[in-house]
Design a binder for this molecule. Structure first.
Ligand code: SAH
Length: 251
């Protein structure tokens, strides 16, 4: 009885080990790359519907760009699970990737056309640059922090965004070699608009930035260059990490 019971136990343990191994293999097979792709596609779809479209972003180009860019592959691994959440995330060096809605809002405000050339100041994770690159033919992006610039350049290349050009430096002076730009986006807070960027903006072009205090809140401001004049539109308050470098020295 005891022996028989022991044997049964042994057999059933072997059996359960087999079942567990089977489950493990099945589990691994279930989370195949294509499953992860499907899952993140669904997460993006939900993010676009719930956090972007439902809040009034209607530009079809912006919506489909945000449906396509794999945001989870542009944030640090530790934050991947939160990549499609409705808030900003840390990207290292005290910097943050913006909340998806803010990316949608700023991109839509630029009223981009497919043939446009766009300049971004503050590459960060490269996510905003990738969203722009889904819409236009050339994106030039400047990042002041060397490590972030290198990481973003590598990630954007591996995702196939070969028409995003990332350089490391102070974006205050823009990128004169590639100017003029149809649109300029500054993704760090500044208390004034760097004059070189206004010069590098095409007539009829648009520039958007969080303008105001670099410590507290800023006003998301859209600038249009018309007949050499600037037309400003305020789009609501936001909070961005500060622009650093020359912009500070001119305070
Ligand atoms: N657009 C980014 C988020 C930007 S966070 C994204 O999609 O992830 C702001 C970025 O601006 C930070 O990476 C910061 O290092 C950078 N930055 C701050 N001052 C800058 C300057 N003067 N020139 C270029 N980049 C700057």
């Amino acid at each position: 009885m005891v022996v028989g019971g022991g044997r049964t136990l042994e057999v059933s343990m072997k059996h359960s080990r087999l079942v567990w191994t089977g489950c493990l293999i099945l589990g691994l097979a279930l989370s195949s790359p294509s499953d992860t792709e499907d899952r993140t596609r669904q997460q993006r779809e939900r993010m676009v519907e719930r956090d972007i479209r439902a809040r009034g972003i209607r530009d079809g180009r912006v919506l489909s760009a945000m449906r396509r860019v794999p945001r989870h592959l542009l944030v640090p691994e530790a934050y991947r699970a939160q990549a499609y959440a409705d808030h900003p995330l840390p990207i290292g060096e005290g910097q943050t990737i913006s909340q998806p809605y803010v990316v949608g809002l700023m991109t839509e405000a630029l009223a981009l056309q497919p043939g446009d050339r766009v300049l971004e100041i503050g590459t960060g994770s490269g996510y905003q640059a990738a969203v722009l690159a889904e819409i236009v033919t050339a994106v030039y992006s400047i990042e002041i922090r060397d490590n972030l610039a290198k990481q973003a350049r590598k990630d954007l290349q591996s995702l196939g965004y070969h028409h995003v050009h990332v350089t490391c430096g102070d974006g205050y002076g823009g990128w004169p070699e590639h100017a003029p730009f149809d649109a300029i986006i500054i993704t760090a807070a500044a208390d004034h608009i760097p004059p070189p960027l206004i010069r590098q903006l095409k007539e009829g072009g648009r520039l958007i930035l969080p303008l105001g205090s670099t410590v507290y809140y800023q006003m998301l401001t859209l600038v249009e260059k018309r007949d050499g004049d600037l037309k400003l539109k305020q789009m609501g308050s936001v909070r961005f990490v500060p622009m650093v470098g020359k912009v500070k020295g001119t305070e």
